[in-house]
Design a protein around this ligand. Structure first.
Ligand SMILES: [Zn+2]
Length: 669
């Protein structure tokens, strides 16, 4: 092993280690706290109505050629069958460059063909969204050909070794701190001028990573981070707290306080980019939709997306998984991050097969029947990639997908309520960002290397799946939204992964408990500060003066707190919820999601696991259901079937014949 190899190997190991803050520094309590963060601009969410009603079609590469040529019939037919009312495409030159990259040169479009095709969709009422991006300049030829990289090698995202990321061909990803930001903004504004779309998506909007660690260590990031650290903390703080001369301050390669500060700054870079793009695009068209493609469920914050969600008009992500229990958890997470903004979900309806590696087959009917409803039932707006639509063996699956989508599009009233549950689970972005580290790289993926999953500090609380499987509807709540108003609707809050917490958050949670809430938490809640330093004790429990070692629920004000070890957290939560009679009674393998509109309960039922006989739904008391007639809707039958809620012992029950994969019950309050 050469010395250089050894250095690289050491760094790779460091990059893969979980944070061990005790190693290099004193406990958080003996350090000076970091000064408050600098403000981030905020344009606020869009009030444009169609973004809450969108059903999006995404052609890509050769299927964009198919979708946009002879488009008149196609636009109308797909609107009728699937309910599509928006289309996202790459502008002409980027489409052609991408077709060359994926070796489909026959799918080139002339600009006249592109415009004619897009016009056909617009005439049918479709909204037009265009692809763009900072990191690959929206696949524009100037990036795809490597020309931008050759002209501006300093614009590339660099890992700690100085290596760029090249996941989409040979061209390397552009860094949002470099002049690439303004270059790609100009590119996007030109597209806005030339094509007047209704919206823009910034693709893969974030940093990536290589096997040597996270990006970006380019000169612009070095300067940007130093400037931020000094502006926020001041030279004295930097000097006394990091023992580094401010002018020598560099992005660290080892975990620690400075690394955590850099992690936060990385998040700010992309939130600022969102604000910049949004502001400039809205200046031309105040109604324009702006959003980013982020992989928000990543177990490690390699992409630096955590601050983006509140700086875009909708939250969007690609979901390639098909396990409905996974999709349900991801949508709970997505809704938590969206915080009231629309959530759009790219559904993994297509799949490559050994015979057909070109991704143009649909998944089997049995898979689609469960994956599509999981996303819809959690209130995500569907986004379907135009793959598998012209593949003869996929025809039955396509009709099935059309049946679900057409039904969805024609029943907006079933999706008109707001979530209704007494249980919220905390999603801690900062715990993931500050504490979770990269595993070993296996291959190249859309955020750089595809790392082995990290099991420590997962973003999705591990007990969530158990709750959903036990008939407990759950709402996710990010720590940044802890406040009396957001917590008040809930009787129970579960906090399994909030190891990083600040005083304001601990106080907000404590105030809610004191007012009568029931908090179930782990002994480690709030054991780390924002910079990843370990405190001597849990900040949360200390704030309430409670002990981590008492196995029973402890009183605090009018409320109570149950502390359960991570190893038995899910069991403890389920026991407590059963005692409080919070779960629905329902057949095994089913999931229930509850909404409430001004006059009705809307109860979505998913049959996530294969078999379910005739059964009954036993309503928990908190829902206050009455013995009233109900209507039962499903893509499997027209109209609504009549059923009735009945008294049964001390509770209200609804008996039904064999449930379909997806159905919705509607009855009055
Ligand atoms: Zn950079």
């Amino acid at each position: 092993m050469t010395r250089r190899d050894f250095a690289q190997a050491s760094l790779a190991v460091l990059g893969s280690l979980a944070l061990q803050p005790a190693r290099a520094q004193a406990a958080a309590d003996s350090l000076e706290p970091i000064p408050p963060d600098l403000p981030l601009p905020s344009s606020g969410p869009s009030r444009t109505k169609w973004i809450r009603e969108a059903i999006v079609l995404q052609p890509w590469a050769d299927t964009q050629f198919t979708a946009l040529t002879n488009a008149v019939e196609r636009a109308r037919g797909m609107k009728q069958e699937f309910g599509f009312n928006a289309i996202i495409v790459l502008p002409t030159d980027a489409h052609n460059a991408l077709c060359d990259f994926v070796e489909k040169p026959n799918s080139h479009l002339t600009d006249a063909q592109f415009r004619e095709g897009v016009e056909a969709y617009r005439k049918e009422g479709y909204r037009l969204i265009l692809y763009t991006s900072v990191m690959h300049c929206g696949h524009a030829p100037v990036w795809q050909s490597g020309e931008l990289n050759r002209a501006h090698p300093d614009w590339s995202q660099r890992d700690p070794q100085g290596t760029p990321i090249t996941s989409f061909g040979n061209a390397s990803w552009l860094c949002g701190s470099s002049p690439a930001r303004d270059y790609t903004l100009d590119y996007t504004l030109r597209l806005q001028h030339d094509y007047s779309p209704d919206g823009f998506m910034l693709d893969n909007n974030g940093f990536g990573h290589t096997k040597f660690g996270w990006t970006c260590y380019c000169d612009y990031c070095q300067q940007g981070f130093r400037k931020y650290a000094l502006a926020r903390c001041g030279a004295d703080w930097v000097k006394s707290q990091t023992q580094i001369d401010p002018q020598d301050l560099k992005i660290p390669t080892e975990p620690g306080r400075l690394f955590a500060l850099w992690t936060h700054w990385r998040n700010r870079v992309w939130a600022e980019i969102d604000e910049l793009f949004q502001k400039r695009l809205r200046k031309v068209n105040p109604q324009i939709l702006f959003f980013a493609n982020t992989q928000y469920d990543l177990p490690v914050d390699t992409q630096a997306s955590s601050l983006q969600f509140q700086h875009e008009d909708i939250v969007f992500s690609e979901t390639h998984e098909v396990d409905p229990w996974y999709i349900s958890q991801k949508m709970v997470l997505g809704q938590a991050l969206a915080g009231g903004r629309p959530l759009w979900d790219y559904m993994g309806t297509f799949a490559s097969t050994p015979q057909n590696p070109a991704l143009d087959s649909l998944r089997p009917i049995e898979v689609l029947q469960r994956s599509i409803p999981a996303s819809l039932a959690h209130g995500a707006r569907p986004w379907i990639v135009y793959l598998g639509f012209n593949d003869a063996p996929s025809e039955p699956a396509l009709r099935e997908m059309g049946r679900y989508m057409g039904w969805y599009a024609s029943h907006p009233g079933l999706y008109a309520g707001t979530p209704n549950t007494p249980v919220a689970t905390v999603v801690s972005l900062r715990t993931r960002d500050v504490l979770a580290r990269l595993g070993k790289c296996r291959s190249q993926g859309v955020t750089g290397c595809d790392a082995e999953p990290s099991t420590e500090h997962p973003l999705t609380p591990p007990h969530l799946e158990r709750l959903l499987k036990a008939g407990v509807p759950v709402v996710g709540l990010v720590e940044a939204r802890f406040a009396m108003d957001t917590l008040r609707p809930f009787q129970v809050v579960t906090l399994e992964s909030g190891m990083v917490m600040n005083e304001q958050e601990a106080k907000a949670l404590s105030a809610w408990v004191s007012a009568g809430g029931f908090l179930i938490t782990v002994p480690e809640a709030g054991e780390y500060d924002d910079l990843g330093c370990k405190r001597e004790k849990s900040l949360l429990l200390t704030t309430m003066g409670l002990s981590p070692q008492v196995p029973e629920a402890q009183s605090y004000g009018k409320g109570k707190v149950l502390v359960a070890d991570a190893g038995r957290f899910a069991d403890a939560v389920l026991d407590a919820l059963q005692s409080a009679q919070i779960p629905f009674g329902l057949p095994q393998g089913m999931e229930v999601i509850c909404y409430r509109s001004s006059h009705h309960h809307l109860i979505h039922l998913l049959r996530n696991d294969a078999a379910a006989d005739e059964g009954a739904l036993r309503f928990p008391h908190w829902l206050a259901a009455r013995p009233v007639p109900a209507k039962w809707f499903s893509p499997d039958w027209p109209g609504g079937k009549a059923l009735a809620l009945e008294h049964d012992g001390g509770s209200i029950v609804l008996r039904f014949p064999e449930p379909p994969p997806y159905s919705v019950l509607v009855f009055s309050h």
